[in-house]
Design a protein around this ligand. Structure first.
Ligand SMILES: [Fe+2]
Length: 329
């Protein structure tokens, strides 16, 4: 594997310590991996606020380096990458894969081997041999699940490599033309044995959560705030409709889960009862929020005209479908 410490364009940077480059795109993947050591600087980009001190912290910053989609986390020059940085085993048969793809704005991808014997990739990492080898060791991939249109990454390439079925919701399907299976409507289904599909539109109108073995994969619709230790979702990162997103998240109250896996932001394992208590607190707070369709993405880029058009045509149709489905339950 290439050593990310050996990047030649960083000759003016102090390479005797862990450091960052200005190429950071503020996806926060790195500081999810190494909280307390990596944080936002004055311009919002990742900086080291302190160096790793223990072997565990050293592994955390290596995970940050390999997760960072822009290669903005630099190890001290010459420090070799240890083995087994990724995949990171979060719980038995559950892994965070790292190698976050720049095309997903640095979303975290995951792997689960289900109790029904299926190997499942959730959302798309970069295509790297290290993960191909890992999937080979696991016996391949059966399914690749996409939580929504933003987190596609190299999912199709992995699906093709392993002959896996590739799933996305119909309302986000344009993001994955290679998808072999299209999830339709907003009812809760179990199209794969042991995998429940819970549509949670709002962040995008094709957002879904996948529940397997009490592990819940929620894409960008909900996450654990690592510093504040609570569940939250940011209205400024709700692209399509906030009313839908808030109502969608209430659906999660009907399910038992002890791990919440987020595309962006923190993931968390908690006893199922505590998880529901955290969710209830989050939902109460969300009820107090207001939202207007965005004029700009969080990085300052104006919303393009085609997205505004999409909001006027596709989103109202989806919203009517969703609330009709909700009225039936
Ligand atoms: Fe997203």
């Amino acid at each position: 594997m290439a050593n990310v410490a050996d990047r030649s364009e960083t000759s003016t940077i102090d390479r005797t310590v862990w450091t960052t480059t200005p190429t950071c795109r503020i996806c926060r993947a790195a500081w999810n991996m190494a909280p307390g050591m990596i944080a936002a600087g004055k311009d919002g980009k990742a900086i080291f606020v302190r160096q790793p001190e223990t072997p565990d912290e050293m592994m955390q910053v290596w995970r940050a380096a390999l997760a960072c989609p822009t290669g903005s986390i630099l190890a001290p020059r010459g420090l070799p990458v240890p083995d087994h940085v990724f995949p990171e085993e979060l719980a038995p048969n559950l892994y965070r894969l790292g190698y976050n793809d720049n095309a997903t704005a640095g979303a975290h991808p995951f792997f689960i081997r289900t109790s029904t014997g299926l190997n499942v990739l959730v959302d798309g990492p970069r295509y790297v041999e290290k993960l191909v080898e890992f999937f080979e060791q696991q016996g391949g991939l059966d399914h690749v699940l996409l939580t929504h249109r933003d987190d596609v990454g190299a999912s199709a390439k992995y699906a093709k490599r392993f002959g896996a079925r590739l799933w996305i919701h119909e309302n986000d399907r344009e993001a994955s033309p290679e998808a072999t299976d299209i999830l339709t409507g907003y009812d809760i289904t179990e199209p794969i044995p042991g995998v429940t599909v819970i549509p949670i539109p709002g962040h995008t109108i094709g957002s879904v959560a996948f529940l397997a073995d009490e592990r819940l994969f929620v894409g960008d619709s909900l996450n654990w705030l690592i510093d504040e230790k609570r569940l939250w979702t940011n209205p400024l990162r709700c692209w399509d409709d906030w009313d839908m997103q808030r109502r969608s998240l209430k659906r999660l109250q009907d399910f038992r889960f002890d791990y919440l896996l987020a595309g962006h932001g923190g993931s968390i394992g908690l006893p199922a009862e505590r998880m529901q208590a955290e969710l209830a607190t989050c939902l109460d707070a969300l009820d107090e929020t207001t939202w207007q369709p965005l004029t700009h993405f969080p990085n300052g880029v104006p919303i393009p005209d085609e997205m505004k058009q999409f909001w006027q045509t596709e989103v109202p149709r989806a919203k009517a479908d969703f609330f009709a489905a909700m009225s039936r339950t």
